[in-house]
Ligand binder design. Structure first.
Ligand code: 13P
Length: 341
């Protein structure tokens, strides 16, 4: 078995990034509603099979895939296990192990992520069936009264407990504290995002150290520092890159091998442009890449529309976004390349 460090490094190796395909049943239902597709075991399978069989995207630009437990155990329509399809394109299987974010008592609408009970046994099982990395998402809301110190600390604490359990099981933890850009009201400016992201990351790394997590055997999956989606403030990629790197450099130790961003409701092109601008600055001690859900999948989902006859255009749309983000992970993306497709 490769070490935690080897797996972490492979997940962020040059010109590759992670596909987040771990939408819960509720979230995939929202995505399928856009194309008018009912949500069943089979439609979820067909959609994910379309992505995983996109050979160009998967074999060249995707290092690993975050799956749900269902997908980790699922077979393609012809009976080939999905984990075998992923092995065929050299993509590492990962698994979302949290059980969702729920209302946190003592706060005004903040959330705490659940899923620690029984996690040690579950991780052992996931490792046996092929998972080599995991994800846990903590959600940090931004409003005039949130996040509270309590909300940040509680989420940071469970992220650290999750990460320590993963490493014990030989699984690389992807630690995801998401400061929401698309929460309510979502009208905060970039300054407020910078402040909340800084406090969140400082607290998360405090807790990781206290929990004895080996920072060389994990990855961080943060938000970029951006205004809320309903803010009038619309800074360009250079500003977002500068603000994000400043916060990360202040709070993320250089021993962390890589940072793989979430897209968080940014447009496909903005998520790519911002990542490229960060890599162009060339100052990061860690690899900086993507772990996108929506920004990698939306174009492919729309092109597919739930119809097997659209397989080729859907896979081409996925390959295009994956390639653009792979270029961005090297600071080599340009808008002309995107439009030339
Ligand atoms: P988005 O890139 O769509 O934000 O999803 C990434 C993810 O894994 C959220 O947990």
């Amino acid at each position: 078995m490769p070490s935690l460090q080897e797996t972490a490094r492979q997940l962020v190796s040059k010109g590759t990034g992670i596909l987040a395909a771990d939408e819960s049943e509720g979230t995939i239902a929202k995505r399928f509603a856009v194309i008018g597709l009912p949500v069943t075991f089979e439609t979820r399978r067909d959609y994910r099979e379309m992505l995983f069989r996109s050979r160009e995207a998967m074999s060249q630009y995707i290092s690993g895939v975050i799956l749900t437990e269902e997908t980790l155990k699922q077979d393609a329509a012809d009976g080939t296990p999905f984990v075998a399809l992923l092995a065929d394109v050299n993509a590492i299987p990962g698994i979302k192990v949290d059980r969702g974010a729920f209302e946190m008592p003592g706060t005004k609408g903040e959330k705490i992520t659940e899923g620690l009970d029984g996690l040690r046994q579950r991780l052992k099982h996931y490792a046996e069936i092929g998972a080599r990395f995991a994800k846990w998402r903590g959600v940090i809301a931004v409003s005039s009264y949130a996040p509270s110190r309590n909300g940040i600390r509680a989420n940071a604490h469970v992220l650290a407990r999750y990460a320590a359990l993963c490493q014990e099981a030989g699984i690389v933890p992807v630690v995801e504290p998401e400061v929401l850009a698309d929460g309510e009201p979502g009208d905060h400016g970039i300054e407020r995002c910078a402040e909340v992201t800084a406090e969140t990351l400082a607290t998360v790394f405090d807790e990781l150290r206290l929990a004895g997590v080996d920072l060389t055997g994990m990855l961080l999956k943060p938000n970029m520092v951006t205004p809320g989606v309903r803010s009038a403030d619309r800074p360009g990629a250079e500003v977002i890159a500068r603000r994000t790197l400043d916060v990360l450099k202040a709070h993320v130790p250089a021993s962390v091998p890589g940072i793989a961003f979430l897209s968080g409701g940014q447009s496909d092109e903005a998520a790519t442009a911002n990542l490229s601008a960060m890599n162009r600055l060339g100052e990061a001690p860690w690899a900086l890449t993507f772990s996108y859900g929506r920004a990698l999948q939306t174009a492919a989902l729309l092109a597919w529309g739930g119809d097997a006859r659209n397989l080729a255009p859907a896979q081409a749309a996925f390959a295009h976004r994956a390639k653009m983000n792979a270029l961005a992970a090297q600071g080599e993306w340009a808008p002309e390349l995107d439009r030339a497709a």
